[in-house]
Write a protein that binds this ligand. Structure first.
Ligand code: GDP
Ligand code: CA
Length: 311
């Protein structure tokens, strides 16, 4: 069985670990969000690709959900001692090495997809991890504060401001000119089914869907999604701030409508959201909290089973 899954960071990565356990025989291609990518200290950082790679490759800090296990922060402290900015983005020493390798390869002319493959040679995540695009497409957020109305990088809004300043607009700058990375459309065309994990519907899944051609290709397939919203709130993180910014209510119903029946064939919601309905979509209610790997695998198995029945 060939499965394509989209993924943001922590929610997506934990779900994928469950998916691997639920269908060990499946060949899984993951299309990762690169809208959060940022250049810091001259180094290209891809937080969502790395979270997936480290989580599936056994290198993640399990408690935090991102970054490397057994991490130290000497380089960050030394940069701060020089007064280097920004100091609000946490980069550990082990993690720095990943960004150095990536940047060196990018500077040598390799596309991000080739760089990601090379990094995965070490981590062996057990899935094929593809960036959504090799082109630059970055999420920017329009805010208004004492300094006036301006667009800032998504990470500055998310990490530095903790999404405390309302986002007036969220835009994927460069989306219109971006092309899906090599392998993305072929993987979708060859897929038996597509699973959307509980990732951020605006700045993770929503971003991937904005790369021209990806949504159209996915719409041809049987697609089952797992709601990231339970009982009117995100399970963790600040997805509600992103949904509000694009004028969408924070509910399992509204996220389903945002994705639309043209894309989604099946939608898993939590038991308290059992009333969710949309014409042309099969909705099933079940426990959706990924307490541990076993719970994630149960959710993934339910998604795959539903997709097989709908296919
Ligand atoms: P990020 O890059 O770390 O924000 O991670 P993602 O984009 O993958 O997704 C975060 C989303 O996953 C948030 O909207 C959460 O509400 C959702 N999420 C996290 N943990 C769970 C869980 O256990 N169950 C469900 N259903 N959703 C979850
Ligand atoms: Ca993310």
């Amino acid at each position: 069985m060939r499965i394509v899954s989209l993924a943001g960071g922590i929610g997506g990565a934990r779900f994928l670990r469950g998916l691997k356990a639920a269908v060990p025989e499946a060949r899984i291609t993951v299309i990762g969000n690169t809208g959060d990518d940022i250049t810091l200290f001259g180094l290209r950082v891809c937080p969502d690709l790395d979270t997936v790679m480290y989580t599936l490759g056994g290198g993640i800090d399990e408690d935090q959900g991102w970054g490397r296990a057994k991490e130290s922060h000497v380089v960050k402290e030394e940069l701060a001692a020089y007064g280097m900015q920004p100091q609000w983005f946490g980069l550990g020493d082990r993690d720095f090495a990943t960004h150095i390798v990536r940047t060196q390869m990018l500077n040598a002319g390799y596309p991000l997809s080739a760089v990601t493959e090379a990094l995965c040679d070490r981590w062996r995540p057990g899935v094929r991890l593809l960036p959504m695009t090799d082109d630059r497409a970055e999420t920017h957020v329009v805010i208004e504060d004492d300094e006036g109305r301006r667009a800032i990088h998504f990470q500055e809004w998310w990490v530095r401001l903790r999404a405390s300043v309302p986002a007036l607009e969220i835009a994927l700058v460069g989306a219109a000119e971006a092309r899906p990375a090599p392998g993305v459309l072929d993987a979708v065309a060859e897929a038996d089914l597509v699973i959307l994990p509980p990732s951020n519907p605006v700045v993770s899944i929503g971003t991937i869907l904005q790369i021209p051609g990806i949504r159209e290709a996915l719409s041809e397939k049987t697609v089952v999604g797992v709601s990231p919203i339970i009982g009117g709130a995100p399970v963790r993180g600040m997805a509600d701030a992103c949904l509000t910014a694009i004028g969408v209510e924070t509910s399992a119903q509204a996220v389903l409508e945002l994705y639309g029946a043209g894309l989604i064939d099946g939608w898993l919601v939590a038991e308290q959201d059992a009333g969710v309905r949309l014409d042309g979509v099969r909705v099933e209610a079940r426990p959706l909290i990924m307490h541990d790997d076993e719970a994630s695998a149960d959710i993934a198995r339910a998604a795959v089973t539903m997709a097989e029945e709908l296919a």
